[in-house]
Design a protein around this ligand. Sequence first.
Ligand SMILES: Nc1ncnc2c1ncn2[C@@H]1O[C@H](COP(=O)(O)OP(=O)(O)O)[C@@H](O)[C@H]1O
Ligand SMILES: Cc1ncsc1CCOP(=O)(O)O
Ligand SMILES: [Mg+2]
Length: 276
Amino acid sequence: MEPKPEQNEWSSGVWAHLTDVRRRSPLVQCITNFVSMDLVANTLLSAGASPAMVHSVVEIPDFTPHIHALSINVGTLTPEWLPSMKAAAEVASQLGKPWVLDPAAVSCSGFRLKSCLELIGLKPTVIKGNGSEIIALSSASPGQTKGADSSHESTDAIEAAKSLALTSGAVVAVSGAADIVTDGNQVIGVHNGTKMMQKITATGCSLAGLIAAFLAIDSSRPLEATVSAMSVFGIAGELGEALANGPASLRMHLIDSLYGLDETTVRSRVNITRFG
Ligand SMILES: Nc1ncnc2c1ncn2[C@@H]1O[C@H](COP(=O)(O)OP(=O)(O)O)[C@@H](O)[C@H]1O
Ligand SMILES: Cc1ncsc1CCOP(=O)(O)O
Ligand SMILES: [Mg+2]
């Protein structure tokens, strides 16, 4: 069956974005949690970007002005790390560089929730969370917590995501079985990926880093860049699963598949729809 014209448009956009990341190899600063540093860096390298895990507050004035995009993830937040995150976010926002906030496990504590709300005040370009994280942020109240994992479907968070996008000015991306991306008006669903990706820690964090890389090469179209990054990561997961025996080998094959993505595969697998 021929793809619908709109699907064709998305496919071309996804492939163009990935090609541009590979060609321009944007420098992406990541201030991320201890669990995810390795997978985030390897995801970015496989996609063609250049990761730098620079998180000391004393280095930010020298380094952050040179980056192309920033990803901040609060997964193992401590009071010592927060000033670095704020300093980097401030530099990025002042210099017009795109940045992503991943409010990992935001419902764990009042400290984490308050910190995320303060970071949102520094104008992230994209907020990427799972369903539970986006619902908690949108209502500014923690609710029940399952730590870094979601207890909601991404589709449960559509209204929360729209509302958070409108109040924050950020594009909001909700990962899950269907990845949801909204600027508060448009709502796009990205249906690539595989359930087993939930069984590898830091896939969500890696996706946030990848979104930053895609924003770096198309910062004036944050919704489209985010959709493309989510589709690419999901396709790599689908291809990886076909080669894997379980989560540990999926982790390896996901990285290999991301590295090897070609035009025919991307174009035939992109699965993006408009909600509503
Ligand atoms: N049920 C699912 N089906 C397909 N892909 C999924 C599913 N659950 C998660 N993913 C994918 O796994 C990646 C990580 O998402 P998620 O597990 O929601 O993040 P987090 O680890 O932050 O909770 C995303 O690319 C997402 O699309
Ligand atoms: C398990 C865990 N605990 C604190 S951060 C973290 C990693 C979460 O990564 P992801 O949100 O990508 O699953
Ligand atoms: Mg996460």
